[in-house]
Every structure is written in structure tokens, then in C-alpha cells.
Design a protein around this ligand. Structure first.
Ligand code: MG
Length: 151
């Protein structure tokens, strides 16, 4: 399983699951701040007992500054492919705004491309935090992911 949270900031693009989503703010981070991809990477690494995203892509390494997180996911896909086969990925993004429902299919398609998975093997869900906590107040977006990997 993987989890991540990033702050929303002015002057950044909002990228979720490798898809740019129109919004007034974007996610802060050393990379593009793609919280969904970071959660998926941690889920995949966890399934393979390969540590976490920070060990593979340190956030003080200039090499990863502003990198598209799909690039990181692609590298992790290569690592996982040496160890086994991804059977299924399920994720939930929690965001107060913008409405993610219109973008879910684009996100599933993008993740399927990067992970070389058919779309029956990748599920993305979105919900709000009902106005509660920093996510509910629109200060951050968080994501949860579960990966099933046949080793
Ligand atoms: Mg992150």
C-alpha cells in the first residue's frame, strides 16, 4: 500500500496520474508533485519489498527537480517487471477541488500506458474530505494506492 499528501500552491500546474488538470493551484514538490503517482510507486515498492520512493528518488537530488512523476513510475515499472507481474492497482485521490470525476478515465488511460496494464487492472477513485482537515480546507491533496503484484 502507498500513501502521499502534497500541499496546494499558487503558480504550479496540477498534475494527477500524469494528467494535467485545470485548477487555480498545483501541488508543491521537488518533482511535479503528482501525489497519485507517488502513492502508486510506494504501493508497488511495498509489494516488492523494495523500500520507498524517497530511497529510490531522494528529494534533495537535483536530478529529480521538477521531473515528471510518470518518468519515476516508468523506472519503477521496470524494477517491478524484473521481480514479478502487476496484477491490479486500486487508488483513491482525496481532493476538495477541482472535481476529478471528469478526468478519471484520462488518468486511468495514462497510468495504464505507463504501467503497460490493460484498463481492467487499474482503478482510480476520487472523493472529497467533506470539508474536514487540511484536505477538506483545500490546502492539500492526498492519495492512497494498493498494488497486487504476483512475485
Ligand atoms: Mg510525494
Amino acid at each position: 500500500m502507498g500513501y502521499d499528501i502534497h500541499r496546494l500552491e499558487e503558480g504550479r500546474k496540477l498534475v494527477l496520474g500524469g494528467v494535467e488538470i485545470p485548477h487555480t493551484r498545483g501541488l508543491a514538490g521537488h518533482s511535479d508533485g503528482d501525489v497519485l503517482i507517488h502513492a502508486i510507486i510506494d504501493a508497488l515498492l511495498g509489494a516488492c519489498t523494495q523500500g520507498d520512493i524517497g530511497q529510490h528518488f531522494p528529494d534533495d537530488d537535483p536530478k529529480y527537480k521538477d521531473i515528471a512523476s510518470v518518468e519515476l513510475l516508468s523506472q519503477i515499472r521496470g524494477l517491478v517487471a524484473k521481480m514479478g507481474r502487476i496484477e491490479h492497482i486500486d487508488c483513491t485521490v482525496v481532493a476538495e477541488a477541482p472535481k476529478l470525476a471528469p478526468h478519471i478515465e484520462d488518468v486511468r488511460r495514462k497510468l495504464g500506458e505507463v504501467l503497460e496494464l490493460t484498463d481492467d487492472k487499474i482503478s482510480v477513485k476520487a472523493k472529497t474530505a467533506e470539508g474536514l482537515g487540511p484536505v477538506g480546507e483545500g490546502k492539500a491533496i492526498e492519495a492512497y494506492a494498493v498494488a497486487l503484484v504476483d512475485l
